[in-house]
Design a protein around this ligand. Sequence first.
Ligand code: XUL
Length: 512
Amino acid sequence: MAAAGGYYLGVDLSTQQLKAIAIDDNLNVIHETSVKFDDDLPEFGTQDGAHVHSDKLTVTTPVLLWVKALDMLLERMKISNFDFSKLKSLSGTGQQHGSVYWKEGAIQTLKNMPDDRSLHQILETSFAVKESPIWMDSSTTEECLQLEKSVGGPQNLADITGSRAYERFTGNQIAKINKKNPEDYKKTERISLVSSFVASLFLGDYAAIDYSDGSGMNLMDIRAHNWSQRCLDACAPGLKEKLGAPLPSHSILGSVSPYYVKRFGFNSECKVIAFTGDNPASLAGMQLQRGDIASTIFLRLGFPVVSMRLFIEFFSFKNGSLTREKIRDESASGSWDEFAKALKATCPGNNGNLGFYFDVMEITPAVVGIHRFNAKNCKVSKFPKEVDVRAVIEGQMLAKRAYAEKLGFEVLKDTRVLATGGASSNPDILQVLADVFNAPVYTRDTTNSACLGCAYRAKHGLQAASGQSFADTMKNAPEPKVAVTPACEVDKVYGPMLARYMELEKLVRNNC
Ligand code: XUL
């Protein structure tokens, strides 16, 4: 067990930024730093952390941007006098499904990193594929059909891996690279997920993929907790060797590479705990209890991985914060204050006006475009500005509730909605969330629940070795606080509106 007085670090490589949160032994946050890709690393020319290719379906991020971001993050922590020597362990998380292709020989480079050079300089030529496919990619429909066919259909694939084939899932992305750029695939000695890639950088060795993030690849037999040979064979040759064996999410992978000890003053005993996907990490950060709803995902603790994957599937929306920002720019002069005024100037239910704002192809429903309906269910091309603002927020919240209910969730008297992510610091948006769910919304001091969850996981990783559960580690963690409660009688508005939302969604789906 870890001695008192230590620090634990969580790292989160999300779509738009790299973040770090350190906690002390009492689980208090003692340090937060971030690197924003577009602003801090403009030389890579990303927009919102990604390159959207001309087909509008292929979405990638340069892998060296991520490497350089880690250099920058650690430098910033050093400049702010963060005491790396007190770190007992670290863990982390990454946007799910994205993949990194290490070139032949990269392992030797990783194991022998000279401390007088930046990671970016050291690893410049270590990747066989320079642009890593990320979760926003939807260019692999052909590969998905092929994979489902090879195992006897979508249901069979779901029985094995927990999910039917999805374009962004890593197996289909790997199949595309093997088909379109076979030379790059051949030159690849190891494939990491975004999460295990960052773990590898800290470890100075290839880090295992954890079971949880591994279950979002369409490649893992989730009951056997190992790769399904049938799925591997359907995607690309020799894949098992390139992926390495998956491990439980609390595994201690080893100590940090001597590179970090010499360059930043890490403790040489600082352990690297397996990294995982951002959705499971968020659950750890939010300390969900049975029956709670998380605003980005939903889960009742205790379900097996297969159900958890399904929940994450239903609760992943591509059109979240970026779509809200677009409507803020178009209808609220680019200002959150104006956006809040518009929400206050309109009433719950928006006088029957309802909208679907899918700026990019949504995951569920697979629909793109903006579809606005007036109270008579007639499609209209525009709303007045303040109506547009309320419609985008109500539409997003109604979608969350509709999908939660589809999975059998009922709002009970003691239901809590736990909000995370950027919008959780905006009380006017949270009010709509509380009203739509007719339940109080709770938040934590940090909006970075995935990152914080990994700082907790880092601590738990050390204690798990002596049999402690995650709940034991979290016993004295600060509780989330009530941020807003639902307005009176608001369920009378949103109950019927939810039914209308589902009807109109069907219409939109059929018309697209
Ligand atoms: C989950 C998914 C997204 C990414 C975002 O299946 O695609 O939530 O994990 O980072």
